[in-house]
Design a protein around this ligand. Structure first.
Ligand SMILES: Nc1ncnc2c1ncn2[C@@H]1O[C@H](COP(=O)(O)OP(=O)(O)OP(=O)(O)O)[C@@H](O)[C@H]1O
Ligand SMILES: [Mg+2]
Length: 336
């Protein structure tokens, strides 16, 4: 079964074709980062308009590069939420219309389920059940995954998401958007002179909070000379605090569930220091750890094509309505 995957939930237009037996045939990504960077963040209306411009040409290119025609496609998977309403509607309307005209099923995919299943595109894929840490621009979730669609929320951020905290801290340090990768680069020149707090690790539970850490960073920056070296030292201290906090909570989640497999996904999982910290912790706990390849940590069409393919194989599909849900708790998903 060939599945066309479409991702338009935020500022990336992602398209991919996945075959249920042969795996990923092709994936293409157009990032709008340059367009939004002059505003310091995503402008929703500009995002929607750019998805309209880029989506159909990308679909044509993906078919061409895979040496397939529309008649070969057996189903379409599209991100239906959570995300920006206008941006989601572009993907949902295009997917639903193409599926109708090609007379094939369309399936709505939850964006975070896409992120969560992205490591399934790697070899070896993780077996169920596992603990998943999802760290992205809009979410920080710890989930027990018993199977596709069987998600038990273990913990989440009570305020800023991990990626949001990286982006806001980077802005404070005078770095551009999106700040995560830039802050991480700056931290490479840092010296271990500051020790930042590890929020919510001194009490039981698996929830996160990053907004206090952001304020602590701001106060440290304001109390310094704001030299390039100060900024690098602060970036390093911030990154270390986030990495340690995530690692402490993941260790707790593994202990609480008794599971020995940890999956880490979402944009922030591309961070080398966080990957190293979590890998070291997993090693100490005798647990296996799984990450997507760096390009599948951030938004992409491949994860949507994969997740949609699993749901289509299980007989799920959407009615003819154009389905988009900007807010959509992952715990509301049905299992296969
Ligand atoms: N190397 C890195 N270090 C830290 N953060 C990073 C790195 N690379 C990307 N990020 C962060 O990842 C986020 C983008 O990830 P992703 O595309 O998964 O999020 P999103 O799609 O905007 O949010 P969501 O998936 O929650 O809707 C941004 O906040 C970005 O700063
Ligand atoms: Mg995302």
């Amino acid at each position: 079964m060939y599945v066309l995957g479409i991702e338009t939930s935020c500022d990336e237009t992602g398209v991919a074709i996945y075959h249920s037996k042969r795996g990923l045939c092709n994936h293409l990504l157009y990032s709008q980062i340059e367009m939004h960077s002059e505003y310091g963040g995503v402008v929703p209306e500009l995002a929607s308009r750019d998805h309209i411009r880029k989506l159909v040409p990308l679909i044509k290119q993906s078919l061409q590069e895979s040496q397939l025609s529309s008649a070969d496609i057996n189903g379409i998977a599209y991100t239906a939420g959570p995300g920006l309403m206008g941006a989601l509607l572009v993907g949902a309307a295009t997917a639903r219309s193409l599926a109708w005209s090609w007379q094939i099923p369309a399936v709505a995919v939850h964006h975070m389920e896409g992120h969560l299943l992205a490591p399934m595109l790697e070899a070896p894929p993780p077996a169920f059940p596992f603990v998943a840490l999802l760290i992205s621009g809009g979410h920080t979730l710890l989930v027990q995954v018993d199977g596709i669609g069987h998600y038990r929320l273990l913990g989440e951020s009570l305020d800023d998401a991990a990626g949001e905290a990286f982006d806001k801290t980077a802005k404070m340090l005078g770095l551009g958007y999106p700040g995560g990768p830039k802050l991480s680069k700056l931290a490479e020149n840092g010296r271990p002179v500051f020790q930042f707090p590890r929020p919510m690790t001194d009490r039981p539970g698996l929830d996160f909070s990053f907004s206090g850490l952001k304020t602590y960073t701001m106060n440290t920056l304001n109390g310094s000379q704001k030299t390039e070296q100060d900024k690098a030292d602060i970036a390093m201290a911030f990154q270390n605090a986030v990495a340690d906090t995530l690692s402490i909570k993941c260790r707790r989640a593994l202990k609480q569930t008794g599971l020995k497999r940890l999956v880490v996904a979402g944009g922030v999982s591309a961070n080398k220091h966080i990957r190293a910290c979590l890998t070291e912790m997993a090693g100490r706990e005798n647990a296996a750890i799984y990450f997507p390849r760096p390009e599948f940590c951030t938004d992409n069409g491949a994860m949507i094509a994969y997740a949609g393919c699993q749901r289509l194989l299980a007989g799920q599909q959407q009615e003819l309505e154009i389905f988009a849900r900007p807010r959509w708790p992952i715990s509301e998903l049905s299992g296969l």
